[in-house]
Ligand binder design. Structure first.
Ligand code: PMP
Length: 355
């Protein structure tokens, strides 16, 4: 049975990427060797790393603009502390829009003063705070562009001279932004980019080298830049599959085309959430994410009936995160609109069965 994968991450990737990636395990580039058994210093892999770095910058429109792309380990969670390690000299400003921002704040506090400029905790993070000011003397401003758990997304970023550091783990390559407005972007691979195991960091080089503290080599962006992400053995396979996914994004029209498709998919499901009397959306309408759509049954009594419906239809990963409950449809780039239609049809089926 065809599966419709709404998992929040690790999650769906394009089928053709899975096919090419699986072939590379048996025979990589007709070399007679698996990608899993070649040296990361071999010409074949060095060209994968270079292509991955170039594609990341190209898709974001950041080539030849003073940025470097790195593929590191430790996930986005490592970036919570690495950003502060490298950038926090005296104080930094953070916007708290959910679990991941809160975790970033916790780590940054180990390195200096953290000013929480605003938080949406008062309403269980169902909205994005808008009225806040960023201290002009902050070393940087940190925000999370898309809140994977609560289903909110920042639509407008602040206009500030303070460098912006952004966790784009759950919406990288899904929508067009003026990426030059950001000084450092990081994103765990395991949503729109690839398998778990690597994190993309895109950093403006002139942001670095401004803190007094000593930075251990593995934590130091400048060390990783000087070694082209090869300071130690990189996560070879995760970088390779990320590279294949970025090739797929480019071949399919780049970020603009992804954004258009994602908007159509999101409109289809949000319209049903708003129309169907059995359901209600969780996130404030103006802040709704097209990547992670959170919604609840108005009457929990229908939960078992709905859960049976979608599980029997081959839908995977629709249960909400425990801090929100209800449902979360994660609709990353590779998810087709046909899969979204399946969920919409099931919501309508539930409505008919109950009435
Ligand atoms: N930031 C965001 C927005 C996330 O969604 C996640 C994980 N889902 C993380 C950070 C943490 O990522 P990792 O598991 O790669 O450390």
């Amino acid at each position: 049975m065809k599966k419709h994968n709404f998992s929040a991450g690790p999650c769906i990737l394009p089928q053709e990427v899975f096919q090419e990636a699986s072939q590379s395990i048996l025979d990589f580039n007709n070399s007679g060797l698996s990608i899993l058994e070649i040296s990361h210093r071999s010409a074949d892999f060095v060209s994968v790393m270079e292509e991955a770095q170039n594609l990341a910058l190209e898709l974001l429109g950041l080539q030849d603009k003073g940025y470097k792309a790195l593929f590191l380990q430790g996930g986005a969670s490592m970036q919570f502390l690495m950003t502060a390690y490298n950038l926090l000299d005296s104080k930094a400003a953070y916007l708290n829009t959910g679990t991941w921002s809160s975790k970033a704040i916790k780590e940054a506090k180990l390195f200096g003063e953290v000013i929480e400029v605003a938080s949406s905790k008062d309403k269980n993070f169902n909205y994005i705070p808008k009225d806040y000011s960023i201290p002009e003397d902050a070393d940087y401003f940190h925000c999370t562009s898309n809140n994977t758990i609560f289903g909110t997304q920042i639509k407008e970023f602040p206009n500030t001279d303070v460098p912006i550091v952004c966790d784009m783990s759950s919406d990288i390559f899904s929508r067009q932004l003026n990426f030059e407005d950001f000084d450092l972007i990081y994103a765990g691979a395991q949503k729109n980019m690839g398998p778990a195991g690597t994190v993309l960091v895109v950093v403006k080089e002139n942001l670095l080298g401004n803190v007094d503290r000593q930075i251990p080599s593995m934590m130091d962006y400048q060390v990783h830049i000087s070694k082209d992400s090869m300071f130690n053995t990189p996560p070879v396979y995760a970088v390779y599959v990320s590279m294949l996914t970025m090739r797929w994004i480019k071949k399919n029209g780049g970020i603009d085309a992804m954004e258009k498709r994602n908007a159509e998919k999101a409109a289809l499901l949000y319209e049903e959430i708003d129309r169907n009397p059995l359901f209600e959306g969780f996130a404030a309408k103006e802040d709704r994410s097209p990547m992670n759509l959170t919604f609840n049954l108005k009457d929990e009594a229908h939960k078992d009936q709905f859960d049976t419906l979608w599980k029997d239809a081959g839908v995977n990963g629709l249960s909400g995160h425990r801090s929100v409950g209800g449902y979360r449809a994660s609709m990353y780039n590779a998810l087709s609109i046909e899969s979204v239609q399946v969920v919409v049809d099931l919501m309508q089926k539930l409505e008919k069965e109950i009435n």
